[in-house]
Design a binder for this molecule. Structure first.
Ligand code: PLP
Length: 361
C-alpha cells in the first residue's frame, strides 16, 4: 500500500488521487500506443486529441462564448506578468492595476518596466488584509486594460465580486482560484493561471483571451511573445509541455465528471466553512487577519497567539500526517490551502486537528 498524507501545500499542490491513478495506469503504454504520452510527438493524433479536448473542456466548464481562445504556454504565470503589457500596453498609453499583494505587485513591476501604470486601488495600507470593493476602483476610461488578481495566495484574500470595467478590457490573474467556483468568465478580456494550484502540475500556464484582444496587440514582438502565434497554432507553435497539458486535461475531465463548477463550488464552500467557522467560534485563540468579506476560499490564513505555538502547531500537524500548513515567510502563521483537489475529508482533518490543538494547548 502506498501511504499518502493530507497535503495543504500552496503550490505545487495536491492532485486528485483518481487522476494520479489514471496517469499511473497510462504511464507506460498510452492507450495502446506502446509509448508513454511523454514519448509521443506533440504533432501526433494522440496528442492532438488531448489538446483539443482540453480546450473544449475549458470552454464548456466556463461557459465561454465562441469568441474566446484557450492557449497553453510555458513560463509560468510570472511570464504573463510581462507578456500582457508587452502585447497590450503601447507607448503613450496607460494600463491600470489593482495592488492586492505579492503577486499583483510583481505584475505591476513588470508593466512598469514596459510602460505607464496607473494604480486603480491598493490594499497595502492595511497590509493587504482585504481586497478593494469593485466600485472603489479608480481608473481612466481610456486605460488599455485593468488588471487584477482574483485570489491572493499568500495573504489569503479573494475577490468575491468583479468590477464592471466598461469599455476597459478586464484582465485577471486567476492562478490560485481558477475553476474553483462559478463566475461569469465572459466578463474578462483575458485571464490566466499557472497550472500548479488548481489545474495540474507545474510547467504550463493557461491563458484565455477574447478575440477582439488580438487586434490590439503591439507590432514587432518576437514571434513567441505575440499571443497570436499561440492562438493561430493552437498552442503548437513549438513543443508544448505536453505531459503537463495531458494532466490538465485529466483534471478538467475530473471536474466535469463531478458535475462541473456548481458541484465544485459547493464542495469548496463546505471545506472553507469548516475552517472559518472554527476560527470564528474561537476568536481569542485563532486570529484571522483578513477582513470577513475578503476571505479566500482557497488559502485560509490565521495566527495563533505566539510564534512558538505556531511552530508547535505546524510540527505536530506534520507528525499527524498534515503537510504544508506553514504560512508564507512574508506573512508567518498558518495557511491552509484548500484547492479543488483537497477532499472534504482533508478539510475535516485539519479542522479536527485545530480543535484538538486548541483543547490541549
Ligand atoms: C503562484 C502564483 C503565481 C506564480 O506562478 P508561476 O507559475 O510560479 O509563475 C502568480 N500569481 C498567483 C496569484 C499565484 O498564486
Amino acid at each position: 500500500m502506498v501511504s499518502r498524507v493530507y497535503n495543504y501545500n500552496p503550490g505545487p499542490s495536491t492532485l486528485p488521487l483518481e487522476v494520479l491513478e489514471i496517469i499511473q495506469k497510462e504511464l507506460l503504454d498510452y492507450r495502446g500506443t506502446g509509448m508513454s504520452i511523454m514519448e509521443i510527438s506533440h504533432r501526433s493524433p494522440e496528442y492532438d486529441e488531448i489538446n483539443n479536448q482540453a480546450i473544449s473542456l475549458v470552454k464548456n466548464l466556463m461557459d465561454l462564448g465562441d469568441n474566446y481562445h484557450v492557449i497553453f504556454v510555458g513560463g509560468g504565470a510570472s511570464t504573463q506578468f510581462a507578456h500582457i503589457p508587452l502585447n497590450f500596453l503601447p507607448e503613450g498609453k496607460v494600463a491600470a492595476y489593482v495592488d492586492t499583494g505579492t503577486w499583483s505587485a510583481k505584475a505591476i513591476k513588470e508593466a512598469q518596466n514596459l510602460g505607464n501604470v496607473h494604480l486603480a486601488a491598493s490594499s497595502k495600507d492595511k497590509g493587504y488584509t482585504y481586497v478593494p470593493m469593485a466600485d472603489e476602483l479608480d481608473f481612466p476610461n481610456d486605460a488599455v486594460y485593468l488588471h487584477l488578481t482574483s485570489n491572493n495566495t499568500i495573504k489569503g484574500t479573494q475577490f468575491h465580486e468583479f468590477p464592471n470595467s466598461g469599455k476597459v478590457p478586464l484582465i485577471c490573474d486567476m492562478s490560485s482560484d481558477i475553476l474553483s467556483h462559478q463566475i461569469d468568465f465572459n466578463k474578462f478580456a483575458l485571464f490566466y493561471a499557472g497550472a500548479q494550484k488548481n489545474l495540474g502540475p507545474s510547467g504550463v500556464t493557461m491563458v484565455v483571451l477574447r478575440d477582439d484582444m488580438l487586434e490590439r496587440i503591439n507590432d514587432g514582438l518576437p514571434t513567441f511573445f505575440d499571443y497570436r502565434t499561440h492562438t493561430e497554432k493552437k498552442s503548437l507553435f513549438n513543443t508544448p509541455p505536453s505531459f503537463t497539458i495531458y494532466v490538465v486535461k485529466l483534471i478538467l475531465e475530473w471536474i466535469k465528471q463531478q458535475g462541473g463548477l456548481k458541484v465544485v463550488e459547493n464542495n469548496n464552500k463546505k471545506k472553507k466553512d469548516l475552517i472559518y467557522n472554527l476560527i470564528d467560534a474561537n476568536p481569542d485563540y485563532f486570529h484571522a487577519p483578513v477582513s470577513e468579506n475578503s476571505r479566500s476560499w482557497m488559502n485560509i490564513v490565521f495566527r495563533l497567539f505566539s510564534e512558538d505555538m505556531e511552530q508547535k502547531f505546524i510540527s505536530e500537524a506534520k507528525v499527524a500526517g498534515l503537510i504544508g500548513l506553514k504560512g508564507h515567510r512574508s506573512v508567518g502563521g498558518i495557511r491552509v490551502s484548500l484547492y479543488n483537489a483537497m477532499t472534504l475529508e482533508g478539510a475535516e482533518k485539519v479542522a479536527e486537528f485545530m480543535e484538538n490543538f486548541r483543547r490541549n494547548n
